[in-house]
Design a binder for this molecule. Structure first.
Ligand code: CLF
Ligand code: SF4
Length: 493
């Protein structure tokens, strides 16, 4: 099935808003969704309703929807060996980054400014710079103010879990139905290697006792949230030689307690960040170690593989960060929320998404019946919308898919430096891009010049813009068929 192309530019441009509305409302059916939500068959409708616009809880949603974080919660009650308190909370945020700390009123102003400019915005998260549950007054005040102005925005928090059980009831009252808990261990002996101390119930605890309390509070918080129907994501920082093997046990525990997703993140350890692990030379895992562990965890709690380790003040689609555009001094002193752009965008996405789901299902069906027995790793340049719609030279990351007779799966992303700036490509940058694409068989993009294409080919990576603007899965299935010279079995029977 070929889907109508509504370009991402059309969906997000500030100048084509009337066009956007017209596009959303045109096209046969009066209802924008035609009663079809694009819900995958294996998901409970109530759960789908909660995750369908959340870019972190649904891999599919991350093609369409954006999150923003406001850095309102600087205080923390735990010390992690991968954290330096000068920087943001490394449990959910990229370490080594300092955010502009905001009061709840400043946060509200920023959220409104972003909502007026970024129609993809669907989620407000508080992920530090310290712990959102420990610095509770500011977290709560921010959520209350924002929910009062933008009632349909989803509220989301990330926490180390120590103070979580104290606030579950209030989280539920405020309709916070997405909570991330960082759980790096279920064995206090392992925990003592990660957490030198915690501050709990007015006193400081160290060593195994500290890790035991933290573990018990994390499990209690998770169980309380599950019992109340709140969706939980577990973040685990993979620390080679410390908890890498142990994360299999963690996965089992959190699955048993109803966790919706498990997100294994690599330790980012740099001596320049001044963290304990950075200073003692504790290394993070490489890409292959990460993938091997994730593959071993398949079949347990469902894995998240599209995390970008955002900043505590991130804004935009996952993988892009527009936070710097919305610093406090760059937004007006007074802002009024205008819902029209977000509403129009949501209408367009509802229609587009239905087409996308049908196209994806057709594409996956095709590769499953192709019977070639072979697999390919395909890197895709995309600006969102689930399409191959970014120029190779403009990409700052490529999304990686594995295609095989088992289907088409998103397996991660590769960050790259933008190769083409001001219309000219830079050879040194291209070398770095090629290195980052190690193991990739084919690159799909909207446009690529002969020069980078030839250099990629010399490194054994084929690149093509022949599928530009197709849905990603449609493009991959067509590539797969062309690559192996096969026809779907149904067509040849
Ligand atoms: Fe933010 Fe986290 Fe909510 Fe998402 S991020 S608080 S669940 S809205 Fe998402 Fe960013 Fe990964 Fe976090 S990609 S670091 S998982
Ligand atoms: Fe740092 Fe977050 Fe750990 Fe607190 S919970 S020490 S802010 S990484």
């Amino acid at each position: 099935m070929s889907a109508p192309i509504i370009s991402l530019e059309g969906l997000t441009s500030t100048t084509s808003f009337d066009q956007l509305l017209a596009t959303a409302k045109s096209g046969g059916c009066a209802s924008s969704t035609c009663g079809l939500s694009g819900k995958p068959d294996d998901i409970d409708p109530a759960v789908w309703e909660k995750i369908k616009d959340h870019p972190c809880f649904s891999e599919e949603a991350h093609h369409y929807f954006a999150r923003m974080h406001v850095a309102v919660a600087p205080a923390c009650n735990v010390q992690c060996n991968y954290c330096n308190r000068k920087y943001d909370c490394a449990n959910e945020s990229r370490p080594g980054v300092v955010s502009e700390k905001l009061t709840p009123d400043q946060a509200l102003r920023k959220v409104i400014a972003v909502a007026n400019e970024v129609p993809q915005l669907s989620v407000l998260g508080i992920a530090g710079p310290g712990d959102a549950c420990y610095d509770w007054k500011k977290t709560k005040a921010t959520f209350e103010r924002v929910a009062g102005e933008i009632p349909d925005i989803k509220l989301c928090i990330s926490t180390n879990g120590l103070a979580l059980p104290d606030h579950v009831a209030e989280l539920v009252d405020m309709n916070v139905d997405h909570v991330t808990i960082t759980i790096n261990m279920v064995d206090p002996e392992v925990g003592a290697k990660i957490y030198p101390w915690i501050f709990y119930d007015h006193r400081r605890y160290v060593g195994i006792e500290a890790a035991r309390i933290l573990h018990e509070r994390q499990m209690l918080g998770l169980e309380m949230l599950t019992a109340r129907g709140v969706l939980t994501k577990i973040n685990s920082v993979m620390i080679p030689g410390v908890n890498d093997e142990h994360l299999i046990e963690v996965n089992r525990w959190v699955k048993e307690r109803g966790a919706f997703l498990h997100n294994v993140m690599p330790l980012i350890s740099d001596p320049a960040h001044g963290t304990h692990f950075g200073l003692i030379g504790q290394r993070g895992p490489n890409a292959m170690e990460m993938k091997t562990l994730q593959d071993r965890l398949e079949g347990g709690a469902k894995l998240m593989r599209h995390c970008r380790q955002c900043r505590a003040d991130a804004v935009g689609l996952l993988g892009e960060d527009r936070g710097q555009e919305f610093s406090l001094d760059s937004i007006p002193g007074e802002v009024t929320y205008d819902s029209s752009r977000r509403e129009a965008y949501q209408e367009v996405v509802a229609r587009e998404r239905h087409d996308h789901v049908a196209a994806r299902s057709e594409a996956i069906g095709m590769v499953k019946t192709a019977g070639s027995g072979k697999s390919l790793l395909v890197a895709v340049a995309t600006r969102g919308g689930g399409r191959v719609n970014e120029h190779f030279g403009h990409a700052k990351e490529l999304q990686v898919y594995e295609v095989s007779p088992r289907g088409i799966s998103f397996v991660g992303h590769r960050k790259v430096e933008q190769y083409c700036l001001g219309g000219r490509g830079d050879n040194a940058t291209l070398d770095g891009v090629i290195a980052a694409l190690e193991g990739i068989d084919v690159v799909l993009c909207a446009k690529i010049g002969n020069c980078p294409k030839d250099q990629l080919a010399e490194a054994g990576i084929r690149a093509t813009d022949a599928y530009g603007h197709d849905y990603i899965e449609t493009a991959i299935s067509a590539l797969y068929a062309a690559e192996f010279g096969i026809q779907p079995l149904a067509a040849t029977a």
